[in-house]
Design a protein around this ligand. Structure first.
Ligand code: UGA
Length: 443
């Protein structure tokens, strides 16, 4: 099939590369000419495992191309995806301006019946607005072309997006007419060979399902973090509690790892946007704001734990930070817990030595105006002469460090671990003052 995708960001790019990989003819449209040029040379603007290979094979087999020319890309397409950003407005709602601009562009160039699909996470009701925008533009051109607008939300995890796309657990399609389902079946045939993963529903349910999924996952994380905070106070161990509750299949082990708070481009934004949608429709949500406030408190817990030991005046102290990205396998710094931590450390007068295998450049941009932070190339360089080490991201290279070397390199013995990477008894034996999340501190 001929597929056009508006937006060569994270979602559009992965979708395009994967659809080309299964033989569709994919054209990705982006307004950023430099990005388009780089992508046509096979250079990905994001780090995502496996994406480079798919990009290269798509380009060399001439199944994938990037362009700024919306006119030809629209005129030719069987399916047109909208995968442009929906940033957060000041009131927390999702800004659909870019999505609706694309809808107008589609209306301007549409020449034959087509299926328009939202891939971006868009507030409930956006498909209807897209329909109106395209219909209006067509009416202005004095044309009557049949088109449908469907919702096909993505459920890709950063760092595993290519794999998630290629092996989906479900493909949700929200449609406004039964004939649209056949088009989706054709489009996703390669992913549906052994099991039918297509779930067909109405458009609004598909739009809401995306938000509900992320809100549920964010709720699980805030719930376990709240339990961790209670565990710390009552002298329990959250890791034992986690295993204890996870054994109940109704609860399950997945996604209940306590930590220093969720980040990324999705959970924080989507929880706020869903809250805002609910309010627009006259409903005052109770759980969603609580999920968010637990999370923002959790992001500050690393600094509180550190200040609990070293005091809140950190002048003259050097603090090592391991892990800056919001999670491993990505260079994405959006809403990462390392950001509030580092800000607090710098405000308190500390010198920060930061290390991340992938996200140092992105983090350096955020702290370009700040003094007192240096980005180093190895985890060893970060801890050299450090009074304390704080771990924000669970990169594999942090899982089993050489503790003797760590002791030799560090000046202090304090390790604050936002990801519960180490055994508390082992850390005590190794001579560290080890503070983690929701677990007793051993002397
Ligand atoms: C999330 C969802 O998991 C995807 O299904 C969804 O498609 C995507 O958002 C999206 O809407 O595009 P992502 O933001 O890439 O994916 O990252 P996750 O792996 O879900 O992690 C999110 C955050 O939760 C991270 O900061 C992670 O450290 C934290 N987390 C996750 C925990 O603190 N505990 C856990 O048990 C799991």
């Amino acid at each position: 099939m001929k597929v056009t995708i508006f937006g060569s960001g994270y979602v559009g790019l992965v979708t395009g590369a994967c659809l080309a990989h299964v033989g569709h003819q994919v054209t990705c449209v982006d307004i950023d000419a430099e990005r388009v040029e780089r992508l046509n040379r096979g250079e990905s603007p994001i780090y995502e495992p496996g994406l480079d290979t798919y990009l290269a094979s798509g380009l060399s087999e001439q199944l994938l191309s990037f362009t700024t020319d919306a006119e030809n890309a629209v005129a030719d397409a069987d399916v047109i995806f909208i995968a442009v950003g929906t940033p957060t407005c000041e009131d927390g709602s999702a800004d659909t301006r870019f999505v609706l601009n694309v809808a107008k562009t589609i209306g301007k160039y549409l020449r034959r019946p087509s299926l328009i699909v939202t891939k971006s996470t868009v507030p409930v009701g956006t498909a209807d607005k897209i329909y109106e925008a395209v219909a209006e533009t067509l009416a202005y051109r004095d044309l009557s072309i049949k088109f449908h607008v469907a919702s096909n939300p993505e459920f890709l995890k950063e760092g595993a997006a290519v794999n998630d796309f290629m092996k989906p657990d479900r493909i949700i399609v929200g449609v406004d007419a039964p004939e649209v389902v056949d088009l989706f079946r054709q489009l996703y045939a390669a992913f549906n060979r052994n099991h039918d993963r297509l779930m067909v529903m109405d458009v609004r349910s598909a739009e809401l399902a995306k938000y509900a999924a992320n809100a549920m996952l964010a709720t699980k994380i805030s719930f376990i973090n709240e339990m961790a905070n209670i565990a710390e106070r009552v002298g329990a161990d959250i890791e034992a509690v986690r295993k204890g509750i996870g054994a109940d299949p109704r609860i399950g082990y997945h996604f209940i790892y306590p930590g220093c708070g969720y980040g990324g481009s999705c959970f924080p934004k989507d929880v706020r946007a869903l809250e805002s949608t609910a309010k627009q429709f006259g409903y005052e949500p109770q759980i969603l704001p609580a999920v968010e406030s637990v999370n923002s408190r959790q992001k500050h817990s690393l600094f509180s734990k550190l200040a609990g030991r070293l005091g809140s005046d950190l002048r003259g102290q050097t603090i090592a930070v391991w892990g800056l990205a919001f999670k491993p396998q990505t260079d994405d710094m959006r809403e990462a817990p390392s950001i509030p931590l580092i800000k607090s450390l710098l405000v308190a007068g500390a010198r920060v030595l930061a290390f991340d295998p992938k996200a140092s450049d992105a983090c350096a941009e955020i702290f370009a105006e700040y003094e007192g932070i240096d980005f180093v190339d190895t985890k060893e360089a970060a801890v050299t002469e450090a009074d304390a080490l704080v771990i924000c991201t669970e990169w594999k290279s942090f899982w089993s460090p050489d503790f003797a070397q760590l002791r030799r390199l560090m000046r202090g013995r304090l390790v604050v671990d936002g990801r519960n990477l180490y055994d508390t008894a082992l850390m005590a034996r190794e001579g560290f003052d080890y503070i983690s999340i929701g677990r007793p501190t051993m002397a």
